[in-house]
Write a new protein. Structure first.
Length: 216
């Protein structure tokens, strides 16, 4: 797999991805920030930008996603669960199954026919992601996975937001350091890791999108 001398140069990574994969690129974005959409708009404009709408996203996130993409001239594709999946309380009884039908299975549809998948995965988000490569091959999904922000820390994110005067998800002002579905996300408390507000009280740290074995 491709390696980069400067792993923090997300612009260079995405420019390479644009050259290699063109319209085969797809970005799945949680829209916690506008950083990834902004980078893609400027360095990999052929990318399909996708929001996985689980039926439980915060209204602020949905509005933010549409607003950011409109400002950047990006066409936002909203992928929803299968038609038979309706809002329920599965998240109370089987949170893994809830994530599977609302995020993992829709992701499979999004990636179908694509050759490379861009994510906002960062090593600093937790020990499960500490070794995330910049470019890898997702063995199970058989697709190249590109993590342009893998080497970025929170300060890098804030610097980029400030330098480009990017809008902010209003939930961040309410203490949400990591933003997922409203039933399973709370504001982060002082001293906590930024993802500690996800699935509070449960032995769960990942939704299932980024747990498959990959090879560099």
């Amino acid at each position: 797999m491709k390696t980069f001398e400067d792993e923090r140069n997300a612009a260079s990574i995405l420019s390479w991805a644009q050259e290699q994969f063109g319209s085969g690129l797809v970005l799945t974005c949680s829209f916690e920030t506008a950083v990834m959409p902004h980078l893609v708009a400027h360095h990999a404009p052929s990318t399909t930008v996708v929001l996985l709408d689980t039926q439980y996203l915060f209204p602020e996130t949905i509005e933010f996603a549409h607003s950011v993409c409109a400002q950047l001239g990006l066409a936002l594709h909203v992928e929803t669960p299968a038609t038979e999946i309706v809002p329920d309380e599965l998240w109370r009884t089987d949170v893994d199954k809830c994530c599977d039908v609302r995020k993992v299975q829709p992701l499979e549809r999004v990636l179908s026919g694509k050759t490379a998948w861009i994510t906002g995965l960062r090593r600093s988000d937790g020990f499960e992601r500490a070794n995330a490569p910049i470019v890898a091959h997702d063995l199970i999904r058989n697709i190249v996975k590109i993590n342009p922000l893998a080497a970025w820390i929170d300060d890098d994110m804030q610097q980029y937001i400030n330098e480009h005067a990017l809008p902010r998800n209003p939930l961040t002002e309410q203490g949400y350091a990591s933003i997922g579905c409203w039933p399973c996300t709370r504001p982060t408390l002082p001293g906590e890791n930024r993802r500690d507000g996800r699935w509070p009280g449960q032995d769960k740290t990942e939704c299932g999108l980024h747990v498959n074995v990959s090879a560099q």
